[in-house]
Every structure is written in structure tokens, then in C-alpha cells.
Ligand binder design. Structure first.
Ligand code: SF4
Ligand code: SF4
Ligand code: SF4
Length: 200
């Protein structure tokens, strides 16, 4: 019986140890291979991670306070790198003088022309959107988009034209279903990749 108890205890210890190791591995590796949204003009992810000092100068300089340090959910290698979070504010890259790029001491954030800025792409979750799911009148996202990237269909349901979307985050920031917005900006698969056209 004693042997059985010891074996059970050892088994539990092994299990807990294994879970701890998995947790550490998960944090180191990153629970998601998807990078966070970056400030406009950030270098491609690999170069950005190699150059960024995690100094927070860009976060402090941001004119709209839409940047924050990335947490462990993006993996240890990305912790403390700047993350654009549209829930905090819209990115006003056409008005702010690109304070984040100006502040970066190592040039990890460049200043591409306004017309080339593409932070991410907005997508509508039709299960959450009250126009799609409940047939209600809304289109706040359409009204807030400065880039004519949201095209309502004949029933007043928002659809995103990915070729126009800059990823500025105004739609996500003002979505009426916040704090669980029905329209969310997602990172681009490849920097500079063009959208496929109107979608949702
Ligand atoms: S471009 Fe302006 S608003 Fe956007 S992250 Fe940089 S400082 Fe903030
Ligand atoms: S200012 Fe540059 S180096 Fe510093 S955290 Fe921002 S991107 Fe990284
Ligand atoms: S759809 Fe949203 S993220 Fe895209 S440009 Fe318009 S407001 Fe900005």
C-alpha cells in the first residue's frame, strides 16, 4: 500500500513538474505564433525583434497612447516590445508626425509615406455584430472609418474592403459591442501584402 502511495505522489509530482515545464516552454515559445500589431512603419517582425531595445520610448512618445508593451501572451521574445492596441485608441499616423518613429533610438520604426501605411486589417465577426446577427441599425464603424474601407451592404451590414483598410483601429475602438468588439484589427500575414478585396 505504501508503495502505491509513493507511486501516486511521485506521479503527481511528475505531473505538476511536467505542467510547469510546459508552462515555461509555452511562455518562452509564445502561446501564439501570431505577432502583436506593431506601430506603423515597424520593420518586418524578425528584424524588429532583433533591433528593438524594449526601451518603451515609442510607447511613451505615442500621441494617442495607443501603444503598450506586449505581454507574455505573445511569447518571451516579444515581451516589452511595443504593441498597437486599438482598444486603447486609434492610431493617428497622418496627424501625429509619427512620434513613435521619431522617438525610436535604433530606427526599428520607419516612416513610410501615409499612403503606404498598413498596420493590419479589420475583420467583422458576424456573430457579434448587431447589424449582422440581430438585424439592427448601427454602422458606427462605417461612420468612424476615415478611409472608406467599410462598405455597408443593402441591408446595412458592414463589410471591410481590405484594399483600403489601413488598420488604424478607429472601428475597433468605437464598436458598440465593446469591450468585446465585433470588428477587430488583425496583423497582416506578410508586411506590405495587399488585401484581397471586399470581405468581412
Ligand atoms: S503613428 Fe502616432 S498614433 Fe500611431 S503609434 Fe505612432 S505615435 Fe502613436
Ligand atoms: S523605441 Fe524602438 S527600440 Fe524602443 S521599444 Fe520602441 S521600437 Fe523598441
Ligand atoms: S476599417 Fe477600421 S481599421 Fe480599417 S481603415 Fe477603417 S476604421 Fe481603420
Amino acid at each position: 500500500m505504501r508503495d502505491v502511495k509513493v507511486a501516486r505522489r511521485d506521479f503527481l509530482a511528475l505531473g505538476l513538474g511536467g505542467a510547469g515545464a510546459l508552462l515555461v516552454y509555452g511562455v518562452l515559445r509564445g502561446s501564439s505564433s501570431t505577432p502583436p500589431l506593431r506601430p506603423p512603419g515597424a520593420q518586418d517582425e524578425e528584424r524588429f525583434l532583433a533591433h528593438c531595445l524594449r526601451c518603451q520610448e515609442c510607447v511613451r512618445a505615442c500621441m494617442t497612447a495607443c501603444l503598450e508593451p506586449a505581454g507574455k501572451e505573445f511569447g518571451a521574445s516579444r515581451m516589452w516590445t511595443p504593441r498597437f492596441n486599438p482598444r486603447l485608441a486609434k492610431c493617428e499616423f497622418e496627424l501625429c508626425g509619427r512620434a513613435c518613429a521619431e522617438a525610436c533610438p535604433v530606427g526599428a520604426i520607419k516612416k513610410p509615406p501615409d499612403e503606404e501605411v498598413r498596420i493590419g486589417v479589420a475583420r467583422v465577426d458576424r456573430r457579434k455584430c448587431i447589424a449582422w446577427n440581430e438585424g439592427k441599425s448601427c454602422l458606427v464603424c462605417y461612420e468612424r472609418c476615415s478611409y472608406q474601407a467599410i462598405e455597408p451592404d443593402s441591408r446595412g451590414r458592414p463589410r471591410v474592403d481590405e484594399s483600403r483598410c489601413t488598420g488604424c483601429g478607429a472601428c475597433q475602438n468605437t464598436c458598440v459591442t465593446c469591450p468585446d468588439p465585433a470588428i477587430v484589427v488583425h496583423p497582416l500575414k506578410e508586411k506590405g501584402s495587399k488585401g484581397k478585396g471586399v470581405g468581412s
